[in-house]
Design a protein. Structure first.
Length: 133
């Protein structure tokens, strides 16, 4: 069963529809690769998916272990390489302040997040760096 339907809109832009929910995302080529940079690029979505997946898996871990998970913010840095053009590195800066976890709990939650499916898919192909506050 298909997960999404993607349509080319012209001018290096796509519309991506999540079939189960009808939610749509527009992508645009980045300015440094012939685009206008008016929306997420496909590689932006890959990098963004890493932080989103980490938070989701951390949330699941916390639910399963009755750990309150009330606060998490992240920013990402995506680094590109040439020959061939690809994502070479993703840096995740994640702020976990406000959860009032002890050190052991925080380590376990972080470990769960770092083992998310997106991280496991990227590791070995893309350099991953994690910074936790």
């Amino acid at each position: 069963m298909a997960t999404a339907r993607i349509s080319y809109l012209g001018n290096l832009r796509t519309s991506c529809e999540h079939l189960a929910s009808g939610t749509k995302i527009i992508t645009d080529a980045p300015v440094d690769n012939h685009g206008k940079g008016e929306a997420f690029s496909p590689t932006d979505l890959v990098a963004t998916s890493l932080a989103s997946c980490m938070m989701t898996i951390m949330g699941i871990y916390c639910q399963e272990h009755d750990i309150p998970f009330t606060s998490c913010e992240a920013s990402i840095e995506k680094h590109m390489a040439a020959g061939p053009r690809r994502i070479s590195k993703v840096v995740v800066h994640m702020d976990l302040n406000g959860n009032d976890w002890d050190d052991l709990t925080q380590k376990k939650v972080i470990m769960a997040g770092r083992a998310c499916p997106v991280a496991k898919t990227l590791e070995g192909n893309v350099e991953l760096e994690f910074n936790f506050i």
